[in-house]
Design a protein around this ligand. Structure first.
Ligand SMILES: NC(=O)c1ccc[n+]([C@@H]2O[C@H](COP(=O)([O-])OP(=O)(O)OC[C@H]3O[C@@H](n4cnc5c(N)ncnc54)[C@H](O)[C@@H]3O)[C@@H](O)[C@H]2O)c1
Ligand SMILES: N[C@H](C(=O)O)[C@H](O)COP(=O)(O)O
Length: 331
């Protein structure tokens, strides 16, 4: 028996509650088993659910009712109208989910989407889950964001910062650290013996020999040289405009990108429905759908839903796969 996956509340005014229900309906007979750390009021009595006190109770109820570990939202939720007054419930859900995984009582955390600016308005000090989870695990600075889909895996070296700040903070050391963490996660959690890392350039034409920027020569090139010295299978820097083409993608297992949108635009364009956000470099397993809160389509549970659960399903399945893989490796 594997430990259940802990699915967080996310922003309660987003599509998270609808997705939790849709995921349970899709998985109740097959698994993977998960429990939702959320407010049962949001379910509108439109779906069978059972309140549980601990993760260990999720398995026995899962085929009959959605297991809910209750987290109360302080303010009545209106879908599509987020409020930072509910931030304490959003944060508590994440904290408790991580706690269960650190205690070995849940196999991994799958997070429903949060709205960064809504949490920030409540005083929340982290730009996203990725950084918050690292803090909860006491591994700040080691977190690495990867988005994985059937067609592509991408890792941005800089994450939730402005483009200007991304350029200021891009260093050889950071590229090396992110590449090392990615290499070992692909080996340990995805079973790739010798992962091939393609390193993106930063500038048009990867700098065109310095004519259009020199970061490829001064920052990225030295990182590639160091990683090659360590025996990693790395190549690049590649011109960012062509490295995601259908002919280029099969030549590598993961693209290491210099900033958020360089990585996420190709992934979400190719595979929005199947993409999964995975946090590497943590002691816990964490996955997430690749989309956000989708406030524009959020609807009450029980009414017609326009929210596609495919990415959340992929995230739950990947968390379970990684959990089983780690268990297998440790036996
Ligand atoms: N993992 C996360 O927590 C996460 C990820 C990305 C964005 N966000 C947050 O989400 C908020 C909204 O961001 P955004 O508008 O840029 O992106 P979004 O992904 O929420 O929405 C973009 C568009 O895609 C649609 N969409 C998204 N998911 C869908 C689904 N499952 N089914 C059907 N349609 C879907 C939305 O309706 C919208 O039209 C932001 O505040 C951002 O911080 C959170
Ligand atoms: N950067 C992610 C994206 O755009 O899909 C998203 O904001 C999620 O980030 P966290 O997992 O750190 O919340």
């Amino acid at each position: 028996m594997t430990a259940p996956i802990a699915l967080t509340l996310g922003d309660p005014a987003g599509i998270g509650p609808e997705l939790a229900v849709a995921a349970w309906q899709a998985l109740r007979n097959t698994g993977p088993v998960f429990f939702w750390l959320g407010d049962p009021v949001l379910l509108n009595n439109a779906v069978p659910f059972r309140l549980i006190e601990k993760p260990e109770d999720a398995e026995q109820t899962f085929s009959d009712a959605l297991p809910v570990l209750p987290i109360t939202c302080p303010i009545l939720v209106t879908p599509g109208q987020p409020t930072s007054d509910n931030a304490p419930a959003v944060i508590e859900s994440i904290e408790r989910a991580v706690g269960f995984v650190l205690e070995g009582r849940a196999g991994g955390v799958t997070t429903n989407p949060i709205a960064k600016h809504i949490l920030a308005a409540s005083g929340f000090a982290y730009p996203g889950h990725t950084e918050f989870l690292a803090a909860l695990c006491q591994t700040t600075g080691q977190e690495v964001m990867m988005l994985a889909s059937p067609q592509l895996k991408v890792v941005p070296v800089t994450i939730h910062v402005s483009l200007r700040r991304a350029l200021e903070t891009l260093t050889t050391d950071r590229i090396i650290a992110v590449a090392r963490a990615t290499h070992s996660a692909l080996q340990n959690d995805f079973g790739l013996v010798s992962p091939r890392l393609a390193i993106a350039g930063l500038n048009p034409h990867a700098g065109e020999e310095g004519l259009m920027g020199t970061e490829e020569q001064t920052i990225i090139g030295p990182a590639i040289a160091q990683l090659k010295n360590e025996g990693l299978c790395v190549s690049g820097p590649y011109p960012p405009d062509t490295m995601f083409s259908a002919t280029a993608r099969p030549k590598y297992d993961v693209a290491i990108c210099m900033y958020h949108d360089q990585a996420l635009i190709p992934l979400k364009t190719l595979d929005m429905a199947e993409g999964v956000n995975v946090t590497l470099g943590l002691p816990i397993i964490r996955t997430s759908p690749d989309h956000g809160t989708a406030f524009d389509i959020a609807a009450p549970v029980g009414s017609a839903s326009r929210a596609d659960p495919s990415s959340l399903l992929a995230a739950l399945r990947l968390a379970d796969f990684m959990s089983q893989h780690r268990r297998g490796n440790s036996q």
